[in-house]
Design a protein around this ligand. Structure first.
Ligand code: KG4
Ligand code: ZN
Length: 348
């Protein structure tokens, strides 16, 4: 079946057309026909973070042109939607409510006009299934998935493609949020992750011994707020000229503290649950040092989504929707709504 999916949970307006079918051994397979992403990063950068009302206004402006580009790229005319597409999907949450409602309203209008069924998708399930496109058949179970984005840091145990449970998550800031806040303290541009990643390549990660919060806790939870405070104190007590000189060392040391905690928890969970495959997704999965060090510290196959599926996009929403649709064919129109605090639906 062909799925048309819409994503507007944060600062990317995206529409994708994805072909999905059930492969052998009950493993869904996917082919992306189009995945158009319009990013608002440049707009929000001047404010140092995403401004929800501005995001909403931009989604409203962009959704129709992005939709038109997506169907054109997939070779579908507006008048043939109901014939060529079998399922519509939209991100219901989690995310910013003024942003989510634009996608949800657009999807409901499309569904109403075309009479095509509409399936809501959890944005986090989108990240969870984002490595499927390129590695679906290589993933062995039980698998471990680390979602590391600007809003979430979650460690998930997958018993099979359809059953997963949350092992742990952050108690305060997400890993991406820590990168963004630390970058701000260092006067590096937004988004902070890529800026710290770049600065760290010229820095010494042993220059400052920042805390590794909750590394010794016996659970799989995370906490990054204390690390940000440690960087704040260091920066406050340093003369400005010294801070400027040491910026790369601070970036490298703070980055290493985040990576050490993420990798330690992956290793603990891998041992405890006899994990066979590791997956990492979300914006922070783009971090060069994190990728290299995860691969160095494990013998297990480790999969990351391809770059175009690493940050927010609608193709991963189509994939999550297909998993939902194979489990449940009936999604009442009225139940599809924006749910800013939607949690992962533990199914194991
Ligand atoms: O998944 P994503 O695009 O959006 C959310 O759903 O949050 O993740 C964005 C986050 C931002 O916090 C950004 O700073 C971080 O991912 N990020 C990185 C890198 N690229 C993006 N963090 C560390 N290193 C990177 N190279
Ligand atoms: Zn995301």
């Amino acid at each position: 079946m062909k799925i048309l999916a819409i994503e507007t949970s944060c600062d990317e307006t995206s529409v994708a057309i994805v072909e999905a079918w059930m492969g052998t051994h009950n493993i869904p397979k996917f082919k992306i026909l189009s995945n158009i992403i319009s990013s608002q990063i440049a707009l929000h950068a001047q404010y140092g973070g995403v401004v929800p009302q501005l995001a909403s206004r931009e989604h409203l402006k962009n959704i129709l042109p992005v939709f038109e580009k997506a169907i054109a790229k997939a070779g579908i005319k507006k008048t043939e939607l109901a014939k060529k597409i079998q399922l519509l999907a939209v991100t219901a949450g989690p995310g910013l409510i003024p942003a989510l409602v634009i996608g949800v309203d657009f999807a409901k209008t499309l569904s109403w006009i075309t009479q095509l069924p509409l399936v809501p998708a959890n944005h986090l399930e989108g990240h969870l299934y984002s490595p499927w496109l390129s590695h679906g058949e290589e993933i062995k179970f039980p698998a471990l998935h680390l979602i590391v984005s600007g809003g979430h840091t979650q460690l998930i145990h997958m018993k099979d493609p359809f059953k997963y449970k949350l092992l742990g998550e952050t108690r305060d800031d997400a890993a991406g949020e820590a990168f963004d806040k630390i970058a701000r303290l260092l006067s590096l541009p937004y988004p902070g992750g890529p800026a710290i990643d770049k600065a760290a390549t010229n820095g010494n990660e042993k220059a400052f011994n920042f805390p590794r919060p909750m590394i010794d806790s016996k659970d799989f939870d995370f906490s990054f707020a204390g690390l940000k405070t440690a960087v704040l104190y260091l920066v406050k007590t340093m003369p400005e000229h010294e801070r400027i000189l040491k910026i790369n060392d601070i970036a490298a040391s703070a980055q290493q503290a985040i990576i050490d905690v993420l990798i330690y928890k992956i290793q603990q969970a891998t041992k405890e649950y006899k994990i066979k495959t590791i997956m990492v997704s979300g914006g922070v999965a783009a971090n060069k040092k994190l990728r290299a060090q995860i691969s160095q510290t494990t013998q297990l196959p480790t999969f990351f989504p391809p770059p175009e599926l690493a940050t927010d996009n609608a193709a991963m929403i189509a994939m999550a929707a297909y998993f939902n649709f194979t489990k449940n064919k009936e999604w009442p129109f009225e139940s599809v709504k924006a749910m800013p605090n939607l949690r992962l639906n533990v199914s194991q």
